[in-house]
Design a binder for this molecule. Structure first.
Ligand SMILES: [Zn+2]
Length: 467
């Protein structure tokens, strides 16, 4: 024990505390001690960012900080505090002001919460955070080069790297926060502002939600200042990630991960809201009902097991019918192929005729200029040729549409067939595979008040359309 740097009954902002703090840091510089014991992080300073700066200063002098409330204050704990503060700050404007951060929009100055991986230094500049920047780079690398999905990355960060909280009241990374990082253009070094604006007019939204509504602004109207700060990823990496995300989204329809089986699949048929899983009742209830109790919608409660069973039996029915349909599918593919081939042949013939007419027109023009035929004759003949050519062109266009359509049918039916074959070989007792299947094949499950359901599938039954 070297000393007690006490400040009984004095608030964090007072000069007296500043004096004890100055002495503490001064002594730390001199290497008088290795550890500082504090009661709680909040006792260092009332200002959270200030407390963090103090801890960091102590760390820089190789002094550990141990708090009786928070335990060892290491980098991870600091991160959790920072992100909790950042989150609160973005939700609460008054907090912003108490931080004394300039919120006036000024080009080239970053205002608001810095994205994770950056620290903000005055006036509104972003500098890579020593602790966070490598995490952001790791996330991009895992996604782009290792091929991990957002959920896998979140799991990896939680399980492998320990807890690096990313949100208020959360001790874990979530797929949503990983997604936000991967799509944040700030990491390329560009300053992007004006992505959304606050709607102060929507009083009802404010009343219902406790915060003002924000409108997204079209990307073309964003204010972008290129090369504003040090990038964490190259533009190429960033663009590659966006492209990969787009492709993934198209393939997967919707996210999965550690979520209940029918989340984002089951909907209340009466109000259109999603059905929320309630673990205590092992059931799904209408989200509107859950939020407003019985005022706006009824519960539409359905047991998870019952829903699963009904959906499974529907899927199995579909499979059985599908296997019966397999031969029909084959016939349809063949038929589409034959139709297409015929159309292609006819189109080729039409195109030959059209070029023949073009040559005729050239010959007519030659005869007219050389005086072999007079102007009246030329006009009459060329109009006839042009009309004929016009008719052929129109027919060719119709054929082209038909070919495209048949090609479409062909690939749609092939895709349908491939999907069914995959389905047939799947093991539905595996929850992961079942989830994947449900999300791939089912567009939505509408739940009625009496517990009956309607399923709509993601794929069109090609035979229904083409029969
Ligand atoms: Zn409802």
């Amino acid at each position: 024990m070297v000393d007690v740097y006490a400040d009984e009954g004095i608030t964090g902002r007072s000069m007296a505390r500043r004096e004890s703090l100055k002495r503490l840091i001064h002594d730390a510089e001199k290497g008088l001690f290795d550890v500082v014991l504090i009661k709680a992080l909040s006792r260092l300073s009332r200002d959270t960012p200030d407390s963090i700066n103090i801890v960091r200063t102590l760390h820089s002098h190789k002094v550990e900080v141990f708090s009786s409330r928070e335990g060892m204050i290491d980098d991870e704990l600091i991160l959790s505090v920072i992100s909790a503060v950042n989150q609160r700050q973005s939700e609460d404007t008054s907090y912003n002001i108490s931080w004394g951060i300039a919120v006036k929009s000024k080009e080239g100055i970053f205002h608001g919460t810095p994205p994770i991986g950056y620290d903000k230094v005055k006036p509104g500049k972003l500098v890579p955070s020593v602790v966070h920047a490598p995490t952001v780079q790791l996330i991009f690398d895992l996604y782009l080069n290792i091929g991990m999905g957002v959920q896998a990355i979140a799991n990896h960060l939680n399980d492998e790297l320990g807890v690096l909280p990313s949100r208020k009241n959360s001790k874990k990374w979530h797929d949503s926060s990983i997604r936000l990082i991967l799509t944040n253009r700030h990491y390329t070094g560009d300053l992007v502002q004006g992505r959304s604006k606050v709607d102060s007019k929507d009083k009802k939204f404010l009343q219902d939600n406790g915060y003002k509504k924000r409108h997204k602004i079209d990307e073309s109207e964003w204010i972008v200042v290129p090369n504003h700060h040090e990038p964490l990823v190259t533009r190429e990496q960033f663009e590659a990630v966006q492209e990969k995300m787009k492709q993934k989204a198209a393939r997967m329809f919707r996210g999965r991960g550690r979520k209940s089986l029918f989340a984002r699949v089951a909907f209340c048929v009466d109000c259109g809201a999603g059905m929320n899983f309630r673990n205590d009742r092992k059931s799904y209830v209408c989200a509107t009902y859950q939020k407003n109790t019985s005022k706006k919608c009824s519960s539409h409660i359905i047991k998870h097991d019952a829903l699963k069973q009904v959906v499974l039996s529907h899927l199995k029915d579909l499979l059985e019918n599908s296997l019966n349909m397999k031969s029909l599918v084959d016939v349809t593919i063949q038929r589409a192929g034959i139709k297409k081939n015929n159309a292609v042949k006819e189109l080729e013939k039409l195109q030959r005729e059209i070029s023949k007419l073009d040559k005729e027109l050239v010959q007519l023009t030659r005869k007219w200029t050389s005086g072999d035929i007079d102007t009246d004759m030329f006009n009459a003949c060329s109009v006839a040729v042009k009309n004929e050519r016009q008719a052929l062109e129109e027919r060719a266009a119709r054929l082209q549409t038909e070919i495209a359509h048949e090609h479409d049918t062909e690939s749609r039916v092939s895709a349908f067939k491939a999907e069914l074959m995959k389905f047939a070989s799947l093991d539905v007792s595996n929850e992961e595979i079942l989830r994947d299947m449900i999300h791939k094949m089912i567009n939505c499950v509408d739940v009625h008040e009496d517990g009956s359901i309607e399923i709509s599938y993601n794929f069109q039954n090609p035979l229904k359309q083409e029969a």
